[in-house]
Design a protein around this ligand. Structure first.
Ligand SMILES: NC(=O)c1ccc[n+]([C@@H]2O[C@H](COP(=O)([O-])OP(=O)(O)OC[C@H]3O[C@@H](n4cnc5c(N)ncnc54)[C@H](O)[C@@H]3O)[C@@H](O)[C@H]2O)c1
Length: 402
């Protein structure tokens, strides 16, 4: 089996995802990483030495790494506003890409990435790891079995308890870096709505506001980076309610409540509601068909169930007519989705699989997120989603279709 030489851009925090690929015996080696911060490069080199007894190279400039390392693939796990530039650079140099979600912060950026991958005949995969979670797969399986009839509506409520720490204390808080938190965080759920529906949004509108983090105490301009602290060190359960924290990001302008409605090409009506200051954390989907309804209780925590109601009553029963139990994967990162998606990338590079997460899906998720935010900022005006050009719509970015 050919050895795969992989690189990593953005070595800290979510960048540790790439560690899941590193397996010398399996012929997959993270040989180098690039990061603009010296402290991150140092801790990347030390991490690989300590955990794998392996010597990685570290670069300050990702371009230099791509040009010198003769890579078979690269993980791009950097802030969202860098995705387009970095992905296109790698693809133009014929290096296959694993790019974290959201694919880009503009529709033009997303389409540019897809076009560059196709023009260069180079593989591209996007990090929509929710397509690799057990509960989303079970919901999809139930829908596809036909037991709830023809799906007409999908609604998702998203409670983000860690919103203050994860999204209002660093670059995420500023729409210049993310577009919106509807896009940044909701890209996952919009993608899952599309995946469950087997369709894409064609029209979106929304309402929302910056209701809670607008007047919180912030660090002064010039102190964008909290030096010496990793994100996990400033995520604390005690940071609740939001006014306990006194050093939010210098620029806060992203909405903390987002609500959008979506009409899908196949007629399904959907909605996504997101809040960044709840005490608890969960994504809760309900799918309503002509013969029944399903809903997940819990997502990738312990004791997750999917409830199915398919007998009419005139009251509410907490337990459905059927209960599906999801195996407990809560000890694994994102309920096991991360090792699964990384494995899918490696197997795509080896020519063995067409990944469940597609660049087209990532683009349509971003499209609904971007135009949904535009609607929120235009008083709820509806926007039509432009379709992808036909050649990109039907292209196999894994290059593995038999
Ligand atoms: N799929 C998921 O479940 C999931 C979870 C978390 C984050 N993410 C995504 O991962 C990406 C990174 O998020 P994060 O929280 O780790 O961000 P972060 O800011 O904490 O870390 C990004 C890394 O990129 C580095 N970096 C910044 N600018 C760079 C540059 N110009 N060149 C090279 N390196 C640079 C930083 O030093 C850091 O090591 C985001 O796009 C986010 O949406 C996905």
């Amino acid at each position: 089996m050919k050895k795969l030489r992989l690189g990593l851009i953005g070595t800290c925090c979510r960048g540790k995802l790439a560690d899941l690929a590193h397996n010398v015996e399996n012929g997959v080696e993270i040989v180098a990483g690039a990061d603009i911060y010296e402290d991150q490069r140092k801790s990347f080199v030390e991490r690989y030495k300590k955990e794998f007894n392996y010597d990685v190279k570290a670069y300050a400039d990702y371009r230099e790494m791509i040009e010198k390392e003769n890579l078979d693939g690269v993980f791009i796990i950097t802030p969202d506003f860098l995705h387009e530039e970095m992905a296109c650079y790698a693809l133009e140099h014929k290096v296959p890409v694993y790019l974290e979600k959201p694919i880009a912060i503009s529709l033009e950026g997303a389409d540019h990435i897809l076009r560059t991958a196709k023009d260069n005949k180079t593989r591209l995969m996007i990090g929509h790891n929710m397509r690799y979670m057990a509960f989303t797969n079970k919901m999809r399986e139930i829908i596809q079995s036909g037991i709830i009839g023809e799906v007409k509506a999908i609604w998702c409520r998203h409670f983000v308890s860690y919103g203050g720490d994860a999204y209002y204390r660093d670059w995420h808080a500023d729409r210049a870096n993310t577009g919106s938190l509807l896009l940044q965080k909701g890209a996952h759920d919009i993608d899952i709505i599309h995946w469950l529906a087997n369709s894409y949004t064609t029209k979106v509108n929304g309402l929302g506001a910056l209701t809670t983090y607008g007047n919180v105490p912030r660090r002064p301009k010039g102190q964008e980076k909290i030096d010496g602290l990793t994100i996990m060190e400033f995520w604390k359960k005690e940071n609740y309610p939001v006014d306990v924290v006194k050093d939010y990001y210098p620029t806060v302008n992203n909405e903390d409540l987002n609500m959008i409605n979506m009409q899908l090409a196949n007629g399904i009506q959907a909605s996504y509601l997101q809040c960044h200051f709840t005490p608890d954390s969960c994504r809760n989907y309900t799918v309503i068909g002509t013969k029944g309804r399903i809903e997940n209780y819990g997502d990738y925590c312990k004791d997750v169930t999917i409830q199915l109601w398919d007998r009419r009553t005139d009251t509410f029963n907490l337990n459905g007519d059927v209960t599906y139990r999801i195996p407990d994967n809560s000890h694994q990162v994102h309920g096991g989705a991360d090792p699964n998606i990384v494995n899918s990338f490696v197997e795509m590079l080896r020519g063995n699989v067409v990944p469940a997460s597609t660049p087209q899906g990532a683009r349509y998720a971003v499209a609904a997120g971007i135009l949904g935010a535009q609607s929120i900022r235009s008083g709820g005006m509806p926007f039509d989603i432009p379709p992808l050009p036909e050649d990109l719509e039907n292209y196999d970015f894994s290059l593995n279709k038999k």
